[in-house]
Design a protein around this ligand. Structure first.
Ligand SMILES: Nc1nc2c(c(=O)[nH]1)N[C@H]1C(S)=C(S)[C@@H](COP(=O)(O)O)O[C@H]1N2
Ligand SMILES: [Mo]
Length: 415
């Protein structure tokens, strides 16, 4: 189990990241569990591509040291048996780029009342980057003859285990083969060390925790990682089976080897498993501009453009609505810009504004008709919250996608 002790080097690392990246700020983490910075300004969410500068960072352990030549290898284990250096991955397989909206499963945690522990994120733990690397399918292609179709792939990070917890996360092999990438570049730059240098897994459309940084091992097994299923010391199942599970207060989620659905909202709504895993992202949106930092002056034509981003994990965003009266009434926004699976869409709405005080909010619906709930419930409601258009308060504060906590107040002034 991970230590709760503050680590001295954590703060040096955060300082160093803040120096390298001017567009982020430290996030509140009283428990001192994570190295975390988030987008500093709301207007990050008025752009499709998030510059590295403004992209949040989240990890638990110290960043591993990579030798000067950047030598690093990924071992294929379990059903597989092979090793590839990063140099081989680059040289021997095709190069691709994928757009992926990285969102921490704890985004919105800071909106839970009562507060839950750990990092108090608002909406700032999300960003979209273009990740360049080798498709997982190319690397595994020749190795899968004896592997069942419903196998799972466990990715293991090379970060030194904090206490004893190995950073290991499992996804279905089918997802890995479908669109996952072993990435060594971010937005066309060498992968920054805090984002996983020299190589990380990218799982498009899924919560950030699945995109293992400093990737050291890909293990194919019949099921998800459980205790003792890795061939290494330490605790193996903490990050998959215990942390990052959605559950009410005081509950210890049961360990599963497999699940029916890897759609996080399906798990929540369908009650299977009892306590969902954080796999694909739930439908979400954020307004980027206006940002509410300063009053807006009504332009000559009376139109203020409201711009933001919306995403829905493995699903497409079907529509986005905008409200200027705190959610009492809604108008349809227009989706525009790039449309890649696993990455957010831009939306805009031309608002005919008159001087006054307003509360702006956005609400997205995915292609399966699932819409962001209005608020986060109280702790007792659990799944029943969904029927009241509320998101279930949960102890870890995961997967929250409520509308009103992300609303912003805006003053419109006469010219
Ligand atoms: N090896 C390793 N990978 C990790 C983590 C970690 O602690 N160790 N943190 C995860 C979490 S919780 C998130 S949200 C994403 C964040 O990726 P970023 O820092 O590049 O934005 O990395 C994931 N990958
Ligand atoms: Mo995260």
């Amino acid at each position: 189990m991970g230590t709760e002790q503050p680590r001295a080097n954590r703060h040096d690392e955060i300082e160093a990241i803040l120096e390298r990246k001017g567009g982020v700020e430290e996030a509140r983490d009283d428990a001192d569990k994570y190295t975390v910075v988030g987008a500093a300004d709301r207007d990050t969410y008025a752009n499709w591509l998030t510059p590295i500068e403004e992209h949040f960072v989240c990890h638990r352990n110290d960043i591993p040291t990579v030798d000067e030549n950047g030598e690093w290898a990924i071992s294929l284990t379990g059903y597989l048996e092979n090793t590839y250096s990063v140099a081989q991955l680059r040289a021997e397989f095709p190069t691709v780029a994928v757009a992926h909206t990285m969102e921490c499963a704890g985004n919105g945690r800071g909106q839970h009342r009562p507060e839950t522990g750990s990092v108090q994120w608002g909406y700032e733990a999300a960003g979209t980057a273009v990740w360049t690397g080798t498709p997982v399918s190319s690397v595994l292609r020749g190795e899968l003859e004896d592997v069942p179709d419903d196998a799972w792939l466990t990715a293991v990070g090379g970060d030194p285990a904090d206490g004893e917890d190995v950073f290991a996360r499992s996804i279905p092999l089918s997802k890995a083969i479908d669109d996952c990438v072993l990435a060594y570049e971010m937005n066309g730059e060498v992968l920054p060390r805090e984002h996983g240098f020299p190589v990380r897994l990218i799982v498009p459309g899924w919560y950030g925790v699945n995109s293992v940084k400093w990737l050291e091992e890909l293990r194919v097994m019949d099921g998800m990682v459980t205790e003792d299923s890795l061939d290494r010391p330490g605790v193996h199942a903490y990050w998959q089976q215990e942390a990052y599970r959605i559950h009410p207060e005081g509950v210890e989620p049961a360990v599963n080897e497999t699940v029916e659905s890897v759609d996080t909202w399906d798990q929540l709504e369908g009650g299977e498993p009892d306590h969902p895993y954080t796999f694909d992202q739930t439908v979400m949106s954020v307004i980027g501009e206006p940002d509410g930092e300063s009053p807006v002056t009504v332009p000559e034509d009376g139109t203020v453009e409201i711009t933001g981003v919306a995403w829905a994990g493995d699903d497409d965003v079907a529509s986005v609505e905008v409200s200027t009266d705190g959610g009492d009434s809604w108008s349809e926004a227009e989706l525009f810009g790039p449309d890649y699976a696993g990455a957010w869409r831009l939306f805009r709405y031309d608002w005919t504004a008159t001087p006054g005080e307003y509360v702006l909010a956005s609400r997205a619906t995915d292609q399966r008709g699932r819409r962001q709930p209005m608020r986060i419930s109280n702790p007792d409601a659990w799944r029943d919250a969904l029927e009241d258009d509320e998101f279930p308060w949960n102890e870890g504060g995961y997967a929250a996608n409520a509308v009103l906590p992300n609303a912003l107040e805006l003053e419109v002034r006469r010219p």
